[in-house]
Ligand binder design. Structure first.
Ligand code: SAM
Length: 254
C-alpha cells in the first residue's frame, strides 16, 4: 500500500489536496488513477485510508476514509550530528527518521568540513523515510547551527549522550575490569530511566571532536560521555549505533 505524507491537517471524511509533485508521484511513478486507494498521514493526527478523487498534471484531490492508525510520536530524542559527505549525510537523516529521532539537528563543530546543508533535501529524506517505515511522525530537520551556540543555550533538563571516540582507547585499556556502567553508561543513568526525559545524541565529524569541545562537553552536567565499542566507527555508522543503543536502553524499543 502506497503511503504519502501530506503536510496539512487531515480528518476522517474530509478531502485533501495533492501538490503537483504528489500528483506526479501517484499517477506518473506509481501509475495510480481515480478510484485507487492509499494511506496518508499528516504527522499530527495519525494515518488515514484515502481514495484518489482526481489527479492531473497540476495536482489532485483525495477523499479520506477512516483513521487507520493513531499518531505515534517518538521519544523526545534529538540527533545532533556534524554533516559529512552528501550521501553519508543523507544516510544519517534517513536512518535517524527510521530509528525514531524526534528532531534532527546538523551542527557545525570545530572540525566540520561542510559549510552549508540543503535543509529542504534533508527534510525530504526524512519524509521519505517516514513514508517507507510506516511511521506516522516526521522529524524536523533544523538549520545548520554551530555546536557552541546550541550548547550556550542547552536546556537544563535535556540529557546529552556525547559519543566520544576518545573512549576507544580507554575501552581497550580497561577491557578486563570494566563494569556495566563503563561499557554502557546509559544503563546507570538515573535521569534517563524516565521514558519522557528529553535526550539528545551528539555525533562528531570525520575529524572527531576538538580538545576545546571535549572540555566544554565534559563540563556539562547534562552530558553523559558514551563509548560505542573498541573500534572507531565512521560517523554514519556511529549515528545508527548510538540510536540503537539509546532506543534499546531508554527509548521505545524497551
Ligand atoms: N577521526 C576520529 C578518530 O580517528 O578518532 C574519528 C571520528 S569518528 C569517524 C566520527 C564520530 O563518530 C566521532 O566524533 C564520535 O562521535 C563517533 N564515534 C565513532 N566511533 C566511536 C566510538 N567507538 N565511541 C564513541 N563515539 C564514536
Amino acid at each position: 500500500m502506497v503511503r504519502l505524507f501530506l503536510d496539512q491537517p487531515l480528518a476522517e471524511r474530509e478531502e485533501a489536496a495533492l501538490s503537483r509533485d504528489q500528483a506526479h508521484y501517484l499517477s506518473g511513478v506509481m501509475r495510480m488513477s481515480v478510484g485507487d486507494t492509499l494511506h496518508v498521514f499528516d504527522g499530527r493526527s495519525g494515518e488515514y485510508s484515502a481514495e484518489i478523487l482526481a489527479v492531473g498534471k497540476r495536482g489532485g484531490t483525495l477523499g479520506l476514509g477512516q483513521r487507520t492508525r493513531p499518531l505515534q510520536t517518538p521519544p523526545d530524542l534529538w540527533l545532533l550530528f556534524a554533516p559529512i559527505k552528501k550521501a553519508r549525510t543523507d544516510f544519517i537523516v534517513e536512518k535517524a527518521a527510521e530509528m525514531g529521532a524526534a528532531r534532527i539537528c546538523p551542527v557545525q563543530t570545530d572540525f566540520t568540513n561542510a559549510e552549508r546543508i540543503r535543509k529542504d533535501r534533508l527534510q525530504a529524506h526524512a519524509v521519505e523515510a517516514a513514508e517507507q517505515c510506516g511511521g506516522t511522525y516526521v522529524p524536523e530537520v533544523t538549520d545548520l547551527t554551530r555546536l557552541t551556540s546550541l550548547l550556550d543555550q542547552w536546556p537544563a533538563d535535556r540529557q546529552l549522550m556525547f559519543c566520544d571516540e576518545a573512549l576507544v582507547r580507554e575501552t581497550i585499556a580497561h577491557r578486563d575490569d570494566r563494569g556495566l556502567a563503563a561499557v554502557h553508561p546509559l544503563a546507570s543513568s538515573d535521569s534517563g530511566t524516565d521514558a519522557l526525559a528529553p535526550w539528545a545524541i551528539l555525533i562528531g565529524p570525520e575529524g572527531g571532536f576538538s580538545e576545546a569541545e571535549r572540555i566544554r562537553l565534559r563540563s556539562m552536567p547534562q552530558a553523559a560521555r558514551v563509548g560505542l565499542g573498541p573500534r572507531v566507527l565512521r560517523a554514519d555508522t556511529a549515528a545508527v549505533a548510538a540510536l540503537t543503543l539509546w532506543q534499546s536502553t531508554l527509548g521505545d524499543w524497551r
